[in-house]
Ligand binder design. Structure first.
Ligand code: ADP
Ligand code: MG
Length: 720
């Protein structure tokens, strides 16, 4: 549960000093020990380890201790902190005490307030769940993620569910998926080590983002309202020179990062690396990996903190996946693995053949799970903003494939040749010595990392690269851990059947199942260039999905296989999935609708007036010239007249396209079904955006700089 402060950043004096303050604002194990009774402490530990319920009387003791600690830290309020389906976080602050009219204070925070709250839930998306069942939803304490203080408020991580128990948030299904993978992976890990009693999923995210000057950003309604520029001519110098990546961090960004890292240290977010990214003004921040639920909470918290710290530095933090056209977008790689309570990373090759067979089991099972559910995994990272990366001409592609490198491919090829049924003693020795035994050695020099792969094995973990920078990691992590749980469960059944029915020995049975998995999952393996047109063709032949837009990608959520998977693994009921799909579709439509409205406003209130003003200036100039030099002077004012003509042409086209887009938007908006509506926005509204942008960007190039009211790319992207 607790993050490990013993894993410091680069050990400079500065970071060493900072790590003393690590987790100062977190109600971590140390503080629990100090502020809780032994009984309460053990209950919380037990609840976070095995999901047991905490007795209400004990909850009172925990609340008491938490409050006492929080007040020594200067906290005055508390809130249940949760992750509704809007994708961000929500909180409602209440004071610890209330003052009665006669001046006496009454306490307002006890066990029942810690355990459960009823926020005014009506304003959060529910996909109709609360309407059909019960109007109320409530938040419930998640003891697996420690409470923390932010500002003057004690924040208690919670799940958000409807009164009838349906998940209304991103955390509840994640916790269920993590439980499912724990159960399934523990059973399989025990083939190799009987001491294993728990398996946790680990997540290390890498957050990319852009920083822009706040004053400049404020001249742009598109950045403010849609989080991305909808118009804007590329700067003369963009990222062509590749001089930003790992270059010197601009001074203002550096100040921001230092401040941000201080905050992260207090909150126990173990940030480790910071550097420039490929694009100008683009940066990345990555922590040491943690247990997946905690890592998700930390990422959600981080985005919030970044926003606030940015404000202090007069910077706007852009989390949008594609804030600037023609410039690299932002993602959030999710590094994922499974780890036992005995300290073994199940995706890390070991020093003995048995350890390596364990590694191969989990490694090959992952290939199998992703192969089978690639389309579902793709759906977990679908959003209007991430569509600009996946499926557009940018990394990574919308097609899921796995890169494993040449050496591991060699190992799998050998394993594929293993005989069916019993193995001869020679074959066993050969496998032990030359196949399974050799893995750590070969992985050492397996440095050929394929950057174009959406799902890559990187030595001791898988890296999922399509996750959007804005996405709540809970979504992909829920799917990945659920499909893994399913596959491991099946693996166990198959191995046990071979042992019982065919009387195979355990390792023979495992080799037999793995051999079949290697064959069955071949189509997902691809080590070539994931961006190439040839791969698209090849992937289509392999029948891999290639859903390039969100409405299309979300369809799989309600396919019979998906419904069966989620309900049988106890992660989401059919009602919950249908609700989620509807919320995602509605969110998509809303996003495109908002962008369409902003474009309308930009065109009519900003671009057209600027063009007209400049045209007037040119016209005045031309008539002045004619007056002075006489109309007979044919060449006089010819350049201006040429510009005027071009301006008029683009202006005309701009207006026509904008009006057509507005009309298409109205029609899309009138459609009733969430799915049909989203499709209409995608297919009939969105395509106008590029057309409109083309004409506006032409105009931007022609109109005098002083007339242009929107901050330009060259200004926005020149943070010093
Ligand atoms: P890079 O990919 O940049 O070369 P690393 O391979 O060290 O760097 O790791 C990248 C990210 O992977 C880091 O954020 C780290 O926290 C995460 N990571 C490392 N090991 C694991 C693991 N076992 N489970 C989950 N994430 C991990
Ligand atoms: Mg990475």
């Amino acid at each position: 549960m607790a993050s490990d402060p013993a894993q410091p950043a680069e050990m400079t004096l500065e970071t060493a000093l900072r790590s003393e303050r690590f987790g100062q604002s977190v109600f971590n194990e140390d503080r629990m020990r100090r502020y809780l009774t032994g009984l309460a402490f053990n209950s919380v530990k037990e609840a976070s380890y095995s999901g047991t319920k905490i007795d209400r009387k004990i909850a009172d003791q925990v609340a008491e201790g938490m409050k006492a600690w929080a007040m020594t830290m200067g906290a005055t309020h508390y809130t249940h902190w949760f992750q509704p389906l809007t994708g961000s976080t929500a909180e409602k602050h209440d004071a610890f005490f209330d003052l009665l009219p006669d001046g006496r204070a009454i306490e307002k925070f006890g066990g029942s307030q810690l355990v459960q709250q009823e926020p005014d839930a009506s304003s959060f998306p529910s996909g109709g769940i609360r309407n059909t069942f019960e109007a109320r939803g409530y938040t419930a304490w998640d003891p697996t993620s420690p409470a923390f203080i932010y500002g003057k408020t004690l924040c208690i991580p919670t799940v958000f569910v409807s009164y009838t128990g349906e998940a209304l948030d991103n955390k509840a299904p994640l916790l269920r998926a993590l439980n499912a993978v724990d159960v399934a992976a523990t059973a399989v890990a025990r083939y190799f080590d009987k001491n294993v009693n728990k398996v946790i999923a680990t997540l290390g995210w890498e957050q990319e983002y852009f920083l822009v000057d706040k004053a400049l950003a404020q001249t742009r309604p598109d950045l403010i309202l849609a989080g991305r520029t909808l118009l804007g001519q590329a700067a003369a110098k963009g990222q062509q020179l590749d001089d930003h990546y790992f270059g010197v961090i601009p001074r203002r960004a550096f100040q921001f990062m230092k401040d941000l890292e201080q905050e992260c240290m207090l909150l126990g977010i173990p940030v480790k690396t910071r550097h420039n990214e490929v694009a100008p003004n683009q940066f990345e921040l990555a922590p040491v990996f943690e247990e997946a639920n905690l890592a998700v909470d930390h990422n959600q918290l981080l985005m919030d903190v970044m926003d606030k710290v940015g404000g202090r530095h007069d910077l706007m933090v852009l989390f949008h996946e594609k804030p600037f056209s023609g410039i690299n977008g932002s993602g959030k790689h999710n590094n994922w693995s499974l780890s036992t309570d005995t300290g073994t990373n199940l995706l890390s090759p070991g020093s003995t053949p048995m350890k390596n067979l364990q590694f191969l089991t989990f490694f090959i099972t992952t290939l199998m799970a992703v192969n089978r559910y690639e389309e579902l995994l793709r759906s977990s990272i679908a959003s209007a903003s991430n569509d600009h990366r996946l499926g557009a001409n940018e990394a990574p592609p919308a097609i899921f494939s796995i890169f494993i490198g040449t050496q591991l491919t060699g190992v799998l090829d050998e394993l594929e040749g293993v005989s069916k049924g019993r193995l001869s003693p020679e074959e066993k020795t050969e496998l032990k010595l030359n196949v399974v035994g050799k893995i750590p050695e070969i992985l050492m020099d397996n440095t050929d990392r394929n950057r174009t792969s959406p799902f890559a094995f990187t030595g001791n973990k898988f890296e999922m690269r399509g996750v959007g920078s804005k996405t709540n990691c809970a979504k992909p992590m829920t799917v990945l851990n659920t499909i893994m749980a399913r596959q491991l469960e099946e693996f166990k059944t198959e191995v046990d059947t071979l042992i019982e029915k065919k009387k195979l020995r355990k390792d023979e049975a495992i080799f037999n199942v793995l051999r079949e998995y290697i064959k069955a999952s071949k189509r997902i393996r691809f080590d070539g260039d994931g961006y190439s047109a040839a791969w698209k063709k090849e992937a289509a032949k392999r029948k891999l999905s290639n859903n390039t837009n969100t409405p299309q990608a979300l369809e799989i959520l309600t396919a019979p296989d998906t419904l069966e998977l989620f309900s049988s693994m106890g992660v989401l009921t059919e009602t919950e999935i249908r609700a989620r799909q509807e919320v995602e579709l509605e969110t998509y439509s809303l996003n495109v609708q908002i962008e369409g409205r902003v474009i309308g406003e930009l065109v009519y209130s900003y671009v057209i007036p600027a063009v007209v003003e400049y045209q007037n200036q040119l016209l005045q100039n031309v008539s002045g010239l004619k007056e002075v030099f006489g109309v007979a002077h044919k060449k006089m004012g010819a350049a201006q007249l040429g510009i005027l003509q071009t301006l008029s042409t683009h202006l005309q086209a701009l207006q026509t396209q904008t009006d057509a887009m507005i009309e298409a938007r109205k029609q899309a908006n009138a459609i009733a079904g969430a799915s049909q509506k989203a499709r209409a926005y995608c297919e009939t509204v969105l395509p106008y955006f590029e057309e409109i942008r083309y004409h506006s960007d032409r105009l931007e190039r022609l109109v005098g700089d002083t007339y242009w009211p929107l901050a330009k790319y060259r200004e926005l992207l020149s943070l010093k």
